[in-house]
Write a protein that binds this ligand. Structure first.
Ligand SMILES: Nc1ncnc2c1ncn2[C@@H]1O[C@H](COP(=O)(O)OP(=O)(O)O)[C@@H](O)[C@H]1O
Ligand SMILES: Cc1ncc(COP(=O)(O)O)c(C=O)c1O
Ligand SMILES: [Mg+2]
Length: 276
């Protein structure tokens, strides 16, 4: 059987819990052939863990995309894009490809950093990426930005944001309440244009959750490439990332990555679904 091919257009997280490293590990765990077009390299100061983001020359991104498209990805995912120009290139890459699946993880901030990567990016994401997205996976903050509603604090507000983001063109929307929404459970909201469904697991006490968002979107991408419906793909991705978070580990005094292989190698976690 030939493997489905999954391409991520994303940044490199040198600590390797998030970014393209998370994507490739997840693509591999879910039996797809993972490929990368790299946008930027993120390094961390060992003393403070503050992040430096160094973009790659745009010509080099163009060359990578050309190579990757010649191999014929079945599904394309975006992660950290960083600039409006790169957002435009990612949209163009999907349009030029034969892929029918486009998963947009609208990365605006890194966990532990409160600085938005580049405020102008939000408009470019709305204009260029949302109309193409099969699934978009904002966290609570990003959903507030993409919908224009600002800070979201309740399921009702998440529903309103999902409706607006869907209207802006994304076919399926998952707003990750995750770590940011108060409560004893980790609740995400899935909207397919008709029905709102809450996806819920226990909220694990782990603060070793670096890379959770990338891992969730990468698992969604691989699941779609492997033929799951969008609803099945996001429910299974939620189970995949829940195992990864529960089994996250302490890397140093600043950060702990998720364990990308925990779903296959340690335990599977139940996801409750409820229409609201
Ligand atoms: N403590 C936790 N326990 C269980 N699931 C979590 C926890 N924190 C986040 N998640 C889940 O991990 C996924 C990524 O969410 P989140 O960490 O909010 O995204 P991001 O990394 O993009 O900010 C979501 O499915 C979310 O519900
Ligand atoms: C290259 C890169 N992409 C994406 C992210 C976002 O990671 P998360 O999955 O924790 O939202 C980070 C965070 O450090 C990163 O370095
Ligand atoms: Mg994220």
């Amino acid at each position: 059987m030939s493997l489905k091919k999954t391409l991520t257009i994303a940044g490199s997280d040198t600590s390797a819990g998030a970014g393209m490293q998370a994507d490739l590990k997840t693509f591999q765990e879910l039996n797809t052939y993972g490929m990368v077009a790299l946008t930027a390299i993120v390094t961390m100061d060992p003393e403070t863990w503050s992040h430096d983001v160094t973009p790659l020359p745009i010509e080099l991104l163009d060359q990578q995309i050309k190579t990757a498209l010649s191999i014929g990805p079945d599904a394309i995912k975006t992660g950290m894009l960083g600039t409006e120009e790169i957002i435009g290139r990612a949209a163009q890459a999907f349009k030029e490809s034969d892929a029918e699946i486009f998963v947009v993880d609208p990365v605006m901030v890194c966990k532990g950093e409160d600085e938005v990567l580049n405020p102008g990016n939000t408009d470019a994401m709305i204009k260029e990426l949302l109309p193409l997205a099969t699934v978009v996976t904002p966290n609570l903050f990003e959903a507030g930005q993409l919908s224009g509603l600002g800070k979201l604090t309740s399921i009702d507000e998440m529903k309103e944001a999902a409706r607006i983001i869907h209207k802006r063109g994304a076919k399926h929307v998952v707003i990750k309440g995750g770590k940011a929404l108060e409560g004893a459970e980790a609740v995400d909201l899935y909207f397919d244009g008709k029905t709102y469904t809450l996806l819920t697991t226990d909220k694990f006490q782990s603060s070793y959750n670096h890379g959770a968002g990338c891992t969730f979107a990468a698992a969604t991408t691989a699941n779609l490439a492997n033929g799951l419906t969008p609803r099945e793909a996001v429910i299974d991705a939620k189970a995949f990332v829940a195992s990864a978070i529960k089994n996250g580990w302490k890397m140093n005094d600043f950060v702990g990555p998720v364990q990308h292989g925990a779903y296959n190698k340690v335990e599977k976690i139940d996801v409750q679904t409820e229409e609201v």
